[in-house]
Design a binder for this molecule. Sequence first.
Ligand SMILES: *[C@@H]1O[C@H](CO)[C@@H](O)[C@H](O)[C@H]1NC(C)=O
Length: 185
Amino acid sequence: MGSFFTSTDLFTMFFILLSTFLAIIDGKFSEQYTETKATKHVDKITHLHFYFHDIVSGKHPTAILVAGRRNSFGSTAMIDDPLTEGPDPGSKLVGRAQGMYSMASQYDGSLLMVVNFVFKEGKFNGSSVSVLGRNPVLDAVREMPVVGGSGIFRFARGYALAKTYQYNIKSGDAVVEYNVFVMHH
Ligand SMILES: *[C@@H]1O[C@H](CO)[C@@H](O)[C@H](O)[C@H]1NC(C)=O
């Protein structure tokens, strides 16, 4: 006498159950990886360190006001800020911060940052990470989420820590030190 289910039957049943389960979760437009597949992949963590130069004054500003009044609620700047290896603006250019920030708070200096950091260095050349977060500029250290990335940073998630290195009250120019921790494929 054989057992009630052969191993093939069990496998088929398991597969049908699993497919049903996946269909409920995902609908028809997407595919979910099985745990076995997922655990074969090891994520990498990359730590990036650079200085961000936000130049609002002079003949060649890298941040321009596109809406509102500077430093008031709603003010919005479009930026293409150089990222350098050291705090000196003349030090090696490692990338650019392209995007925008807005004063999103009425009562404190909190910015909404929507910025892509695109890099030029070695294997990172052309790869980018996207940062979307709250930047309370008067805090010593601000943490913002890394919400995605491209190139070497595909599937990125992580966080950026920003610390003001220098702020010129007169001109409004700022140098900000960034430490970015990115988990990616
Ligand atoms: C980065 O890539 C661009 C073209 O994709 C190339 O022109 C440039 O020389 C590269 N820079 C470095 C530092 O490798």
